[in-house]
Design a protein. Structure first.
Length: 22
């Protein structure tokens, strides 16, 4: 359960980080 939440958060971070940098 925790691992799944971590993976979801990690994927969201990868998607949101470029938007923040740009």
């Amino acid at each position: 359960m925790f691992l799944m939440d971590w993976l979801i958060n990690f994927d969201l971070a990868l998607l949101l980080t470029p938007a923040i940098l740009v």
